[in-house]
Ligand binder design. Structure first.
Ligand code: NZQ
Ligand code: ZN
Length: 390
């Protein structure tokens, strides 16, 4: 295991009707004027928005609001939010929604405290050091942004989807009420489940040895997802299954299962080009890319893939031919994705083979660049993975 420091100070308030506590929580973390930031209207239709406002009013907290965050959130809304926060003297941002609203809130939080263009944090020009405090009321188990120090935004100039990371954007608190996720369409639930599993796999596939504790934590999250996801696809109101998935989504991405080990994240980078170009759900893009990536890199460490196959997918180890077991595990993952309604190839996603050169170009490795932790990839490798996903 490698040396690490782990600091995850977000306060999680979990359970039924917990959104009623958001006013008190904002106050606890020093907020007096809040921007409520939300998406395309699901939180208004469900009545959550009114309950959040009621809680803020009861706590004596002032607020203004900015809705309209799109999935794969855009830079334009971030600029709008920064302006509004400055004009209204906002000192706390409350994201109500999914990863997109939370990521947009984080971008605004950084932008308000920075003299330059907020995009500098996403283009890699600057590291974020200061941000307004952010709180969240989560409505979908997926991105893990409720517990992460990450934000992913698409710049409308060039449709580049890029991430920024910094401890200052980790939410101060996150309200996780599984009841709020019962209104999700099955497809969106499945996209979220795929993303959660992908966050674990990005950490599971590592070159670091002697990481049994985090290996087993990863496997526990994956096994729970395999057990619970079909339950909520069948019955969207299964509270206990929703609760397990919601916590899995947080655990999968606040890095508790990834500390002390090298991680990969190439599948995420390769997927982000798809959701930037086609505006598909991130989880759906991952369902297409991640099994292709696994197939492409399996020879790098056949035994690690065989371990996944046996421990996660209950495959029987073939000691004469471990690669056979490894490939069975990847096939089981793909079947699972299909069974929950995910696309598993380019055409099902609505992606086009003729776009592959563009996708490789915007991935940005050029002729000589390499990226990745578990297996280093070149532009040619990225192209091969897109082709495997066809
Ligand atoms: O916009 P509204 O109307 O709220 O509808 C949303 C949206 O259409 C809907 N939805 C959310 N909760 C709902 C609901 N509909 C009915 N009932 C509910 N309870 O679902 C749609 C998707 O919402 P979104 O916020 O986009 O989903 P998700 O949480 O999957 O976020 C995806 C974004 O997060 C990024 C992805 O790249 C993508 O842009 N990621 C962020 C990460 C991070 N910050 O740490 C890590 C991830 O790997 C990921 O890259
Ligand atoms: Zn993800």
């Amino acid at each position: 295991m490698e040396n690490f420091s782990f600091y995850s100070p977000t306060k999680f308030v979990f359970g039924k009707e917990t959104e009623s506590k958001c006013g008190a929580l904002v106050k606890e973390f020093g907020g007096s004027k809040v921007l409520i930031h939300y998406g395309g209207g699901s939180v208004v239709r469900s009545g959550l928005f009114d309950r959040v406002k009621k809680s803020l009013i009861e706590a004596g907290v002032q607020f203004c609001e900015l809705g309209g965050v799109t999935p794969n959130p855009r830079s334009g809304k971030v600029y709008e939010g920064i302006e509004l926060c400055k004009k209204e003297n906002v000192d706390f941002i409350l994201a109500v929604g999914g990863g997109s609203s939370i990521d947009s809130a984080k971008a605004i939080a950084m932008g308000v405290c920075y003299d330059g263009d907020f995009w500098d944090f996403y283009s890699g020009k600057e590291r974020p050091k200061k941000a307004l405090p952010v709180g969240t009321v989560l409505t979908i188990a997926a991105a893990g942004s409720e517990g992460s120090g990450d934000s992913v935004i698409t710049h409308e100039n060039g449709m580049l989807k890029r991430g920024a990371s910094g401890e200052c954007i980790r939410p101060k608190f996150s309200i996780l009420n599984p009841q709020l996720t019962t209104t999700l369409p099955a497809y969106q639930t499945a996209c979220g489940a795929t993303d959660i599993m992908a966050h674990v796999f990005e950490r599971y596939f590592t070159n670091t040895t002697d990481v049994q504790t985090t290996d087993r934590l990863c496997e526990a999250v994956l096994l729970s997802m395999i057990e619970e996801t079909p339950k909520v696809i069948k019955d969207p109101n299964d509270y206990q299954a929703r609760a397990n998935i919601m916590w899995a989504g947080m655990v999968a991405h606040n890095n508790i299962v990834g500390v002390g080990r090298e991680q990969d994240w190439n599948s995420h980078g390769i997927e982000h080009e798809l959701s930037a170009l086609y505006d598909c759900a991130h989880g759906a893009g991952l369902a297409v890319i991640m099994p292709a990536w696994m197939t492409y890199v399996v020879d790098h460490d056949v035994m690690r893939f065989a371990q996944m196959a046996c421990r996660v997918w209950n495959c029987k180890m073939d000691f004469q031919n471990p690669k056979k077991t490894a490939l069975e595990g990847i096939a089981a993952f793909r079947s699972f994705l299909k069974s929950i309604g995910m696309p598993i190839n380019f055409s099902e996603l609505g992606a086009k083979e003729s776009d592959i050169p563009y996708l490789v170009k915007t991935f940005g490795l050029g002729e000589t660049g390499k990226t990745g932790g578990f297996v280093q990839l070149t532009s040619k490798d990225v192209e091969n993975i897109y082709r495997l996903a066809l």
